[in-house]
Design a protein around this ligand. Structure first.
Ligand code: LLP
Length: 380
């Protein structure tokens, strides 16, 4: 830690710090657990840092994108177009045309209208891209409501009532190639029975398709596996073995059918921390505020989803423990990282590590209040 503190003292705070060794270990654990050679597409939205993408590409993963910009970025980082999938409820005509031109592996289509538009654009180019239908399976992921995607109130996917209408329509659309079905029920899912429920529902839907004479070569179950935000050192690497086992044990794949995953957070979440400096220690009534130089502009998750990220004082070795509200400098009452967090007594200039910030940290940073953007650094 001493060595790291010396390095940290040379960098302008706040900044993101990535432990690339942990990323490599996580990727190795993922690949080891993937005994069936399932196709794992990393969800680029979680972290698009080139150094991180390089490791992910070298580990053999494909990419899950949600915009033309992400497809372009993935290609620039050396990912093979045949390993790229593109989802999103509102793909623009330009994004669709671009992805068709790049010959990506597949579009995950989220509405009947989108099927028609992709077909039209493909026809104008004399092409026939692969498409999967994203089905909203009406399965509750049991996670925060703002990161739940698979229930009827969510905007994502085609509802199962519209499934057969879509299938009938697809038969008449000559410029799309129907290869599979896609699901994604939500994010930060720590209760594996939610994935079991998904698998059981997929079997029912698949049987419905078989009854109609439709057997598809690909099935994509999305991502969503959660991480342990409260114990990042104790549980640095998610339990990929049990995660894959749930699908292996419960999903009835057709002969030769390929299974795809789209994992984001579970791959990169624990390898990143946001390092910030204490600006002021302020007492107000009974509350001790630790005012740090990182705010919700650097890491939005606590303000957006009431997310808990463990904050640790990495400078102080005081034996006195004090309860703090760790807050940022942004002019919003929601700019709070932790309430009532017990830390060693802290003072101006101490460095605080806000842990488990590798996923949906840097990618969601912004310049509200005209604050500069935090940079990312690495330990190899
Ligand atoms: N596939 C699709 C279609 C998705 O929409 C997502 C995430 C993933 C895969 C990857 O999910 P993961 O394995 O990372 O859970 N900003 C929020 C999370 C939003 C997730 C959006 N979709 C957060 O910070 O918690």
């Amino acid at each position: 830690m001493k060595e790291l503190l010396t390095r940290f003292s040379e960098l302008e705070t706040p900044f993101y710090w990535y432990d690339l060794q942990l990323l490599d270990d996580t990727l190795a654990a993922l690949n080891k657990a993937n005994t069936e050679d399932y196709h794992v597409h990393y969800a680029l939205k979680a972290n698009n840092n080139p150094k991180i993408l390089e490791r992910i590409r070298k580990a053999g993963l494909g990419i899950d994108c949600v915009s033309g910009g992400e497809v372009k970025h993935a290609l620039e980082q050396g990912f093979d177009p045949s390993h790229i999938v593109l989802a999103g409820v509102g793909k623009t005509d330009q994004e669709i045309a671009y992805a068709i031109d790049q010959n990506i592996f597949s579009f995950n289509v989220e509405s009947i209208e989108e099927l028609v538009v992709i077909n039209e654009i493909a026809q104008s180019k004399g092409k026939r891209p692969n498409i999967s239908i994203r089905i909203n399976p009406a399965i509750d992921a049991g996670t925060h409501h703002k990161i739940t995607t698979g229930t009827k109130e969510n905007k994502f996917g085609i509802s199962d009532e519209d499934l057969f209408a879509s299938v009938d329509l697809i038969k008449s659309l000559k410029n799309i190639h129907f290869i599979g079905v896609h699901y994604h029920i939500g994010s930060q899912i720590t209760d594996l029975t939610r994935f079991k429920n998904l698998a059981i529902r997929i079997n029912e839907i698949q049987q419905g398709l078989i009854d109609k004479g439709i057997e598809l070569p690909h099935l994509n179950v999305g991502g969503g596996l959660g991480i342990d935000y409260l114990n990042p050192d104790g549980n640095a690497i998610p339990d990929f073995e049990h995660y894959f086992k749930v699908f292996r044990d419960n999903l009835k794949l057709l002969e030769g059918q390929e299974l795809h995953f789209e994992l984001g957070r579970s791959i990169v979440g624990q390898c990143g921390s946001l390092i910030t400096k204490v600006l002021y220690v302020k007492k107000s009534g009974q509350t001790n505020f630790l005012i740090v130089d990182a705010g919700m502009t650097d890491l939005m998750r606590p303000a957006l989803y009431d997310a808990q990220h463990l904050a640790q004082n990495i400078s102080s070795d005081s034996e006195t423990q004090v309860s703090y509200d760790v807050v940022g400098p942004v002019c919003e009452s929601s700019d709070v990282f932790n309430k009532g967090l017990v830390l060693p007594e802290s003072k101006r200039g101490d460095l605080i590590a806000i842990r488990s910030a590798g996923a949906y940290g840097e990618t969601m940073k912004n310049e509200y209040n005209l604050r500069p953007l935090a940079q990312g650094y690495y330990s190899e």
